[in-house]
Design a protein around this ligand. Structure first.
Ligand SMILES: Nc1ncnc2c1ncn2[C@@H]1O[C@H](COP(=O)(O)OP(=O)(O)O)[C@@H](O)[C@H]1O
Ligand SMILES: [Mg+2]
Length: 204
């Protein structure tokens, strides 16, 4: 195992389209200084999305995941990435420190997707995805239980409190990994981390 070089954690923000991933990533990036890794933009920039062969669904892009990983590998190694994408199991667990699955009330999600002018088929597919908890299950299958956190995004208060929790979690991660403020921990007697000290799991 090569030594972990990243000085800041890599955090996945995943969930069904429309739940609030990008909104969370933008606010967290602004507050924490970490980088919003907008995977949609990477796919566009590197032209790694192929149009689907399904004649009913010509707008859906199939992303070449190997090429996507090649494009972002250096960023992940460097660390400090907030990954904004509606899938998570392609990212190797060794590169990931936390996986947040954003959730939203079904009716609210329906209204948000309607506002985006999704056609009926795409709308139904995405509603099914949320109702069946597809992304939550994908996250639980891909990563250790303690790395997966479910966050609701239904009000602006939700966004504020989720982002605050994440900021505290980032600070704690840096301390735990001796990347920052390590001297502070030493000064307090270098106590080991207790579960109740972990801000991600206080309320969840
Ligand atoms: N917690 C929230 N409160 C109010 N509006 C929200 C909340 N989360 C998301 N939204 C709104 O829902 C829409 C979809 O959010 P977005 O962040 O683009 O989702 P995603 O990136 O998951 O597709 C946007 O119009 C956004 O403003
Ligand atoms: Mg988005």
């Amino acid at each position: 195992m090569p030594e972990m070089l990243r000085t800041s954690p890599n955090i996945i923000i995943t969930g069904t389209p429309g739940v609030g991933k990008t909104t969370h990533c933008q606010q967290l990036a602004q507050n924490s200084g970490l980088h919003h890794l907008d995977v949609n933009a990477v796919v566009r920039q590197h032209n790694i999305g192929e149009s689907s062969n399904d004649p009913d669904d010509p707008n859906t892009k199939i992303v070449d995941e190997d090429r996507l990983l090649d494009c972002i590998e250096n960023d992940l190694e460097e660390g400090g990435q907030i990954i904004d994408w509606h899938a998570c199991d392609l990212f190797p667990p060794s590169m990931i420190d936390l996986c947040c699955v954003i959730r939203c009330d079904n009716q609210m999600l329906y209204d948000r997707l309607k506002q985006r002018n999704y056609d009926d088929k795409k709308l139904q597919e995405n509603m099914d995805c949320e109702i069946m908890e597809v992304l939550l299950q994908e996250a639980r299958d891909a990563y250790d239980e303690e790395m997966v956190v479910e966050l609701r995004s239904e009000s602006t208060e939700d966004i504020d409190s989720n982002v605050q929790r994440l900021e505290s979690w980032i600070k704690q991660w840096r301390k735990d990994h001796g990347k920052e403020e390590a001297a502070d921990v030493e000064a307090k007697g270098g106590e080991g981390k207790k579960d109740e000290d972990d801000p991600m799991f206080l309320h969840g």
